[in-house]
Design a protein around this ligand. Structure first.
Ligand code: PLP
Length: 376
């Protein structure tokens, strides 16, 4: 099988598996226990937190360990909105967010009386500062915007949006940076909170972090013990949290070379796909090169995915988290690309592991499938 679905998840690096296995064996102590075995675990976990903070250029007390980016997003959205609700009950986000943001916002609206403004995206898949300016109000408590879109790779202008929000309101700015980490530079200094996941950067599933600037307060969503500064109770997943630092370090060390490698493959793919009749590229030209979205106007997403799968290729249509819901991309629709493109979309996502040979085979197979369906 040729794997071209790295935005859904990545294989774990061998070095990470090795370190994690050793940690599981040797650092089983509860990091809150006062004895030597517990303290040993706690010490390494705090060293990991400090190293993550250093790599991201923030403070160690600003890093919270969570179980997945969906959890980090839930914490950021619900934790901040509920804590600051006395300031106002208006939240701004975008219509292209991951379901963990969208559904958290819908819950706040339906169960807690918040008002949500979803900013539109333009034909390049990003929000316009002018729309944010119009939407920002005195009672806006939170703005949440993704850095890189998981379907198209479109990169939002986080810096200018966060700057505007901070200059003109007291609202907190959260960024879902899951598809940006280890791929492009992260404007972490511009935002108050940011979400990252380990399994998108060749780390473990069930492992993520939330960056939260020190001056930001959250309502604890999981109540109980004192773990994670009293914000997220439950015995720490120490081995997982410890190995996050190594996962991040390796991803950042390889970022530049991975970006260059993937950019070349992406440019080649675009050129070759566009040569095939009835095929159109949906990702904007300046998107993250790690994601390429296209549509075969004659073959629906599901049929194409199954045909590719049968020939040994793993790709996605929309976000994997929406793969079991209706096969239409709300992101492509919001970009104004129309229903056909939105129901015929395929997402390829690339990696430093992707080879030119794999891409050539993919193009060849795509043409084969295309020709096969043309003659039916
Ligand atoms: N945010 C974005 C942009 C994503 O692409 C994903 C996963 O696909 C998530 C959040 C959720 O990540 P996790 O699987 O770690 O919950």
């Amino acid at each position: 099988m040729i794997y071209l679905d790295y935005a859904a998840t990545t294989p774990v690096r061998k070095e990470i598996v090795d370190t994690y296995t050793k940690l599981l064996e040797n650092y089983y102590g509860n990091s809150d226990s006062l004895h030597e075995i517990g303290r040993k675990s706690s010490k390494l976990m705090e060293q990991s937190r400090a190293m993550i903070a250093q790599l991201l250029h923030v403070g160690a007390e600003e890093i919270l360990f969570t179980s997945c980016a969906s959890e980090s997003n839930n914490y950021a959205i619900k934790g901040a909105a509920l804590h600051y609700q006395n300031r106002g009950k208006h939240i701004i986000s975008t219509c292209a967010e991951h379901s963990s943001i969208h559904n958290s916002l819908e819950q706040l609206k339906n169960e807690f009386g918040f008002e949500i403004t979803y900013l539109p995206i333009n034909k390049n898949g990003i929000v316009a500062l002018s729309d944010l300016k119009k939407a920002l109000r005195k009672d806006t408590v939170l703005v949440s915007m993704m850095l890189v879109n998981n379907e198209t790779g479109a990169i939002n202008p986080i810096q200018e949006c966060a700057e505007y929000v901070h200059k003109n309101s007291r609202a907190i700015f959260h960024m879902d940076a899951v598809q940006g980490l280890g791929k492009i530079d992260i404007p972490i200094k511009e935002v108050d909170m940011a979400t990252f996941s380990a399994h998108k950067i060749y780390g473990l599933k069930g492992s993520a972090i939330l960056y939260k600037a020190q001056n930001i307060e959250l309502l604890p969503i999981i109540s109980g013990g004192q773990q994670e500064f009293g914000l997220r109770a439950g015995t720490s997943n120490t081995p997982c949290n410890i190995v996050f630092a190594k996962t991040l370090r390796l991803a950042l060390e390889e970022q530049k070379s991975a970006y260059e490698h993937v950019s070349k493959l992406n440019a080649y793919l675009r050129k070759e796909i566009e040569k095939i009749p009835n095929m159109v590229i949906n990702s904007p030209n300046n998107a993250s090169p790690f994601i390429l979205n296209f549509s075969d106007l004659k073959i629906g997403s599901e049929v194409m995915l199954n045909a590719l799968n049968a020939k040994g290729f793993a790709v996605s249509a929309q976000s994997t988290c929406s793969s079991k819901s209706k096969a239409i991309s709300h992101v492509l629709l919001a970009m104004g690309l129309g229903e056909i493109r939105a129901t015929h979309a395929v997402r390829i996502s690339l990696s430093h592991l992707t080879t030119q040979e794999e891409i050539d085979l993919f193009i060849h197979t795509l043409k084969e499938i295309h020709d096969d369906y043309q003659t039916r």
